[in-house]
Write a protein that binds this ligand. Structure first.
Ligand code: ATP
Ligand code: MG
Length: 247
């Protein structure tokens, strides 16, 4: 069990109209832990990520980040969002800004850094994700894998306490998936706390401390990767694994 909790969800429930999309979610993620979330389409994985940085509200339950309950709104909420970075399937880069500007922008606007200082940090991060040669390019001049690595650098630029990834490689061609997963593996080795929604079972096996399997808005299993993949307990997980492992 996590000894030093960074993200704590307790008894979280959420509806979209009649649809009970998150049901009694209890999830504790320790500092430095990597949790991979898998499950069938519509099981609530994206909603779970979005509630953790308050892109969505919840109806009941509590979400605590580093000992602080999530604020409802206002400045405190903006600050919190900056503390939990999010990387989406679609990279959401600004098309009319260069790579460097994309990584520096929120540092200047939200973190109030001077441009020089922000740009210097951006260059360090672009180096870390293997893109120092591309700082002056526009997103359209990069491959999908490169754009996603820019998005990761941009999230890191805010010095987040945790990073949430929602299917970060799903929009990528196969040959680009690995370069993004490799950056994520390195972050995991560096001790970043991460929640990763992904279908990349190799990543789950090699980088995750735990696998959380969701179905119908519930956490059905929460286990060490090897245990989960070799010996899933629930019928839902067995069924899901047999489908994805056949691909
Ligand atoms: N803004 C919304 N309004 C209404 N229903 C929504 C909304 N967003 C998601 N849903 C529904 O909530 C359920 C869970 O959606 P969610 O996107 O969290 O699933 P998911 O596990 O991420 O699925 P996928 O693997 O397809 O990405 C789905 O039935 C979806 O249709
Ligand atoms: Mg989703």
């Amino acid at each position: 069990m996590a000894v030093d909790p960074l993200i704590e969800l307790r008894n979280v429930n959420k509806h979209y109209g009649q649809l009970h999309v998150l049901r009694d979610i209890d999830l504790i993620v320790g500092r430095g832990e990597v949790v991979v979330v898998i499950g069938p389409s519509g099981s609530g994985k994206s909603t779970l990520c979005r509630t953790i940085n308050r892109l969505e509200t919840v109806e009941s339950g509590t979400i605590v980040l580093d000992g602080q309950p999530l604020p409802q709104e206002g400045k405190a909420l903006a600050r919190l969002r900056a503390e939990v970075g999010m990387v989406f399937q679609s990279f959401n880069l600004f098309a009319h800004k260069t790579v460097l500007q994309n990584v520096s922008l929120a540092q200047i606007k939200v973190r109030r850094r001077k441009r020089d200082e922000a740009d210097q940090r951006s260059r360090e991060l672009l180096d870390r994700v293997g893109l120092s040669a591309h700082a002056g390019k526009y997103p359209a001049q990069l491959s999908g894998g490169q754009q996603q690595r820019v998005a990761i650098a941009r999230a890191l630029a805010m010095e987040p306490k945790a990073l949430l990834f929602d299917e970060p490689t799903s929009a990528l061609d196969p040959e680009m998936i690995n370069e993004v997963l490799e950056v994520m593996r390195q972050l995991a080795r560096d001790g970043m706390t991460m929640i990763v929604v992904t279908h990349e079972m190799g990543f789950a096996r090699s980088a995750a401390n735990r696998v959380v399997f969701m179905a119908d808005g519930r956490i059905v299993e929460d286990r060490a990767p090897e245990e989960f993949f070799t010996n899933p307990r629930s019928e839902r997980a067995k069924d899901f694994l047999s489908k994805i492992l056949k691909h």
